[in-house]
Design a protein around this ligand. Structure first.
Ligand code: DX5
Ligand code: ZN
Length: 219
């Protein structure tokens, strides 16, 4: 039994997108706390997925915390639109083309939680300067763009390093891990310091989604 209060953020990227409303209902009934909405612009990553219009329509159907992950080249001018669409948290990539500190402040302005995501090949030290400016950090444990990939084991070192740095600076920082999370990889991520686990394929491929969510919460 995990002593930590690990939260599950369900990614619908690999859900049946032709029945997205029902799929969101499924993860909500299964006990996920957050809905992880992977926004892709076809430039920062090759696929194009959901926008603020889809987010707005899902907002009417779900009381989950909307954890919006912007995998877009230029996130700055999307913030207000996703805030108005009903997002609770918006995360941008440190690798995107924007004023990172300014954009994080822009997310916080309407009272949302600001997140900063970092790709597997980007050194963790590059986000230390944003400790205190972001409420949450997303450690990408797969290369962004696709669900169903294998967890990159080195991600646990980045989680631990960020956890240590935040403690050293006395700054609160939620850590979310995104990609390849399942019952085998979740315990390492939680042990290293993760607070929120994003899971997509593991949930949607499971025969009992509630049990799958529970297994992650108890990692
Ligand atoms: C990948 C996305 C992840 C992905 C997670 O670019 O950011 O959120 O959907 O999906 P799984 O759990 O299938 O790795
Ligand atoms: Zn994501």
């Amino acid at each position: 039994m995990s002593v930590k209060n690990v939260k599950v953020s369900a990614s619908v990227l690999n859900a049946d997108l032709s029945a997205l409303g029902e799929e969101v209902g499924k993860v909500e009934r299964a006990g996920a706390s957050l809905l992880h909405i992977d926004v892709m612009d076809g430039v920062f990553v090759p696929p194009m997925t959901f926008g603020d219009v889809v987010t707005k329509s899902l907002r009417k159907k779900s009381s989950l915390i909307f954890d919006v992950h912007l995998m877009v080249k230029n996130p700055e001018n999307l913030i207000e639109r996703f805030a108005q669409a009903g997002s609770d948290m918006i995360s941008i990539h440190v690798e995107s083309d924007c004023d990172v500190a300014g954009t994080l402040a822009r997310i916080r302005r309407p009272g949302l939680k600001a997140g900063l995501a970092i790709n597997p090949s980007t050194p963790i030290e590059s986000v230390y300067t944003y400790l205190g400016l972001a409420d949450m950090f997303i450690i990408m444990s797969v290369n962004p763009g696709y669900g169903g990939q294998a967890f990159i084991p080195e991600s646990t070192e980045k989680i631990a390093a960020l956890r240590n740095e935040a403690a050293k600076r006395g700054v609160p920082a939620l850590i979310e891990v995104d990609g390849g999370i399942n019952e085998n990889t979740a315990p390492d991520a939680v042990k290293a310091g993760a607070d929120i686990l994003v899971a997509g394929t593991y949930l949607f491929n499971s025969s009992d989604m509630s049990k799958a969510v529970e297994s992650l919460k108890n990692s």
